[in-house]
Design a protein around this ligand. Structure first.
Ligand code: IMP
Ligand code: MG
Length: 175
């Protein structure tokens, strides 16, 4: 599979993705029973993970998408911008921040700090993918789909220069 100038190969297939999403949803449904969690997915990358996960939750929950961007091309710029779009009052809420991937962790760390300001009852993080080798911040991510090596990946919400988000499998850079 080719996007622009790069070749990619399947790394995690649709079936593996779906079954892992279901497992995480079951875990969250059990752990947040009676807690009315507020799920905060980070756009754009988390849109598919969020949609799939939320459909599988068996408990009442609310969803508020936010936007922040720290990435250009294939290397994290480390420049983390402000959080946009948080409309719900977080006081006394159990918040779960959701992202597609945690790479350096700078984005998630920055979002976490900004969410903390609103003093929610609790905050946990969920990321479909985690690259432990790339991590530059200490983050306790409670829900992780897969830990992966430090490879560049696309698909299932993840993009290469804006493309590839719609693909049902997750691909990694070939070679
Ligand atoms: P971090 O701040 O370095 O953790 O980067 C987080 C953001 O960078 C993610 O939400 C993604 O949008 C993007 N990103 C990190 N690694 C990859 C990758 O391998 N493929 C595509 N996007 C990535
Ligand atoms: Mg992202």
């Amino acid at each position: 599979m080719v996007i622009k100038d790069k070749s990619f190969e399947v790394f995690i297939n649709e079936k593996q993705i779906n079954s892992r999403v279901k497992e995480i949803a079951q875990q969250i449904s059990a752990e947040y029973k009676g807690k009315d969690p507020l799920i905060i997915p980070i756009l754009n990358g988390a849109f598919l993970f969020a949609a799939d996960l939320i459909k599988e939750l068996t408990i009442p929950c609310q969803v508020s998408f936010v936007k922040v961007s720290s990435y250009a091309g294939m290397e994290s710029t480390g420049v983390v911008t402000k959080l946009f779009g948080l409309e719900t009052d977080l006081k006394s809420r159990h918040v779960i921040i959701l992202d597609d991937i945690i790479d350096t962790g700078l984005t998630m760390y920055s979002i976490l700090q900004q969410v903390k300001v609103f003093k929610p009852e609790s905050i946990e993080m969920a990321s479909f993918l985690l690259k432990p080798e790339a991590l530059q911040k200490e983050l306790e991510v409670k829900y992780v789909g897969f830990t992966i090596p430090n490879d560049f990946v696309v698909g299932y919400g993840l993009d290469y220069e804006g493309y590839g988000r719609n693909m049902k499998d997750i691909y990694k850079l070939k070679g």
